[in-house]
Design a protein. Structure first.
Ligand SMILES: NC(=O)c1ccc[n+]([C@@H]2O[C@H](COP(=O)([O-])OP(=O)(O)OC[C@H]3O[C@@H](n4cnc5c(N)ncnc54)[C@H](OP(=O)(O)O)[C@@H]3O)[C@@H](O)[C@H]2O)c1
Length: 238
């Protein structure tokens, strides 16, 4: 039986993906800050879920908590980082930016590093990060969110290069959603919003295929292409 941890499994994409993994016979460690939601999910199939309350911003603790969870499950094949936050920040309130950076940069890095080192020790494993299309260009409404997602994209690529160089069976997948119908999808003019179910199914397929970079839903590849080729003077006017 394969073993996975989903960080940020209390709601949204992470919760649906955890369910999908369990439906496909994984043992799944679920984490997040809202313990009652973890307990609720566990009641659906108590023998398949293992819970650990974890605030990713407490970077000094996350490695130890993930280690405990892994021991309780009896090993680890796959770790998915779905935890994340971000807010529109018209006034550039630093506290909002700081919360985003602490979660999406500091918290993300501590967990990604722990997972990579764990997989290096056992010479195999699969790390999946949910970044965002928002990481491809700047965003006037949510600067820290977009910058933190750019960080995640580069960090995941760095770990992938490292895995390739060491010839280990470590796979790194960068999932880049456009809009998915969760609490996180904020702002006006949302379009091509994928359901949580559709997003989780596409992510699950990408994990099975050990894909490197995936856009969710697939049509967001087109926006990614536009983001890459649009000249600055045009992008600044959108
Ligand atoms: N929805 C979209 O349109 C969209 C688009 C692009 C990328 N994404 C990315 O997809 C990922 C999942 O988001 P979602 O859409 O599923 O939103 P969501 O429903 O708000 O889920 C966010 C998850 O992150 C966890 N989390 C937040 N802060 C945390 C912390 N300090 N420590 C531990 N867990 C924390 C939350 O759990 P607790 O609150 O219980 O801690 C929750 O389980 C995020 O990284 C997001 O940036 C989403």
């Amino acid at each position: 039986m394969k073993k996975a941890i989903v960080v940020g499994a209390t709601s949204g994409i992470g919760q649906r993906l955890a369910r999908l993994l369990v439906e496909n016979n994984y043992k799944v460690g679920i984490t997040g800050r809202r313990t009652y939601l973890l307990e609720q999910l566990k009641t659906e199939k108590p023998e398949s879920y293992f819970i650990k309350t974890l605030d990713s911003k407490q970077t000094a603790l996350s490695g130890q908590l993930l280690q405990e969870l892994t021991q309780e499950m009896g090993g680890l094949d796959l770790l998915v980082i779905s935890s994340g936050t971000g807010d529109l920040n018209e006034k550039l309130d630093f506290e909002i930016e700081k919360d985003t950076l602490d979660t999406n940069v500091g918290g993300f890095t501590a967990i990604a590093d722990w997972a990579f080192n764990y997989f290096r020790e056992q010479k195999q494993g699969h790390l999946v990060g949910i970044s965002s299309i928002a990481g491809l260009r700047g965003n006037r409404q949510a600067p820290a969110y977009s910058a933190s997602k750019a960080f995640q994209i580069n960090y995941l690529e760095s770990l992938r290069i490292r895995a390739v160089k060491t010839s280990l069976h470590i796979f790194i997948t960068d999932i880049r959603p456009g809009f998915v119908d969760t609490e996180m999808a904020k702002g006006e003019g949302l379009f091509w919003v994928a359901s949580v179910d559709k997003a989780a199914r596409q992510i699950y397929k990408a994990i099975q295929a050990k894909r490197k970079i995936v856009y969710i839903s697939k049509r967001w590849r087109f926006i990614a292409f536009l983001f890459k080729v649009l000249p600055n003077w045009m992008f600044e006017r959108i």
